[in-house]
Design a protein around this ligand. Sequence first.
Ligand SMILES: *[C@@H]1O[C@H](CO)[C@@H](O)[C@H](O)[C@H]1NC(C)=O
Ligand SMILES: *[C@@H]1O[C@H](CO)[C@@H](O)[C@H](O)[C@H]1NC(C)=O
Length: 402
Amino acid sequence: MLRGLFATGSVLAVLFASVYQLWLKEVLTVTVGVGRVIQNIDEFPYQCRRLEHKRLEACEDLWLDNEARVLYAACAGTMHRRHWSPSIAQLNVSGRRPGGGELIALDIDAADKDGFFPFHALETSGYTDAVGGTELDLVGFDVEVIDSSTIHFYLVNLRPPVDDELKYVDASKIGANSTIEIFEFRKGETSMKHLRTISSPEIISPNNIAALGGGALVFSNDHSGKVGLRRELDPILGGGNIIYCSSLDDCHTASPPTPNLRFPNGLAKGTDGRIYVPSTVDGKIYVYEVEPNTNNLDHVDTIEVGMPLDNINVDANGDMWVPGVPNILETMKTTTRPLEVNSPATLFRVGRNSGEWKVEKVLEDGEAKVMSLATTVAHDVKTGRLFVGAALAPYLVVCDPE
Ligand SMILES: *[C@@H]1O[C@H](CO)[C@@H](O)[C@H](O)[C@H]1NC(C)=O
Ligand SMILES: *[C@@H]1O[C@H](CO)[C@@H](O)[C@H](O)[C@H]1NC(C)=O
C-alpha cells in the first residue's frame, strides 16, 4: 500500500518534472526569448515614421477598408490604457480618459505635405452604458461588411463595473463588466448607429472579436477569470477560451479543452473561413473550423511562430499580419511606464506557400526606435504600406516600403 503510494508519488513527480521542464523550456525560449536575435529596424527595406497626435494614442487595433481607402483605428489614450487595461490587470477606473475611447477614421490617400493623414472620430448615436454615459472603452474590434456603403463594427467595450445605485465602483476586486457593442456605419456619415449590446456571463476577459457574417461572432477571453489567483496562474496552467455568439446573442464556449489556450489574443477569420487564434504565451497560431451544427470549434492546425503574438489582421491578398513581442520583460516595463520605456516590436506575415505555412519576419525594431509594443498591423496591398497600432504608444506608425 505504502509502496504503491510511493510508486504513484514518484511517477507523478517524474511526470510533473517533465511537464515542468517542457513548460520551462517553452517559457524561456518562446515567451521570454532567451538567446533570441533581435534585429535593428535599419536592416529592413522600410521607412517608418510616427503619426503623433493626442487622438492617435493607444490604438490597440486597426481595420483597413481597402476600397474606400480608410483606415479605422480604435484609440483610447495612453494614460487611459495605462490605468484601465483589465487584460493586464490594470483596474484603476478613475484613470480613464474623459470621453473614453474613439473609433478614428483616417483618409489614407489624402496625406498632407508633411505626410499626415486627415482624420476624424466617428460619433455615436443611440449608445448609453449602465450609468447613462456614452463613453466606450475600446480595444479589439472587427468589421462585418454589409454592402458597398454599410459596415457593422463589432467592438469590445471594457465597461467599468457599477453598483446598485448605478455608479462606477472600484474594479480591483471584481474586474471589468465588459460587453460587445455592435454599431452600423454608413460610409460618408459622421456618426455610427448603435444596434445592440451583448452582455453575457461568457464575456470574462474579452480580447478581440472575429465577425462571422449574419450577425454571429467569435471572441477570445484572454484569461480564465476577471481577477484572482487562478487567473494569475493562467500562463502556467492555461486559461482563456473562444466563445461563439449567435446573431441572437446566445453565447457559449466553443473552443475544445485541448489545446489548452494560454492568453489567446486577437483572433481573426481567414479568407478560408477558418478562425486563427494567436497565442501570447506560447507563440503559436491555433487554427479552428466552426462546426456548422453545434457552432463549436474544431482544432485543425497549428502554426508555430515562436514569439508572443498579439492581434491578427488579414490583408486583401488573404495573408495574415501579426505583431510579436520579442522582449517581453522589456514590454512589461512599457505596460506600466508607457511614456518612459519603449519596447521592441516584430511584424510577421503568415501566408501559404504551395500548401505549407510560411512565416516571414517582415520588420523588427529591436531598439524600439520608432515602434513600441506593436499590437496590430494593417497591410495596404495597393501601396505596400504598413500601418502599425500599439496598445499604449502615444502615436500610430506608418512604414513605407523602400
Ligand atoms: C488611478 O488614476 C488616477 C488618475 O490618473 C491617479 O491619480 C491615481 O494615482 C491612480 N491610482 C493608482 C492606484 O494607480
Ligand atoms: C454589468 O452590466 C450589466 C449590463 O449593463 C448590468 O445589468 C449589470 O448591473 C452590470 N454589473 C456590474 C457589476 O457592473
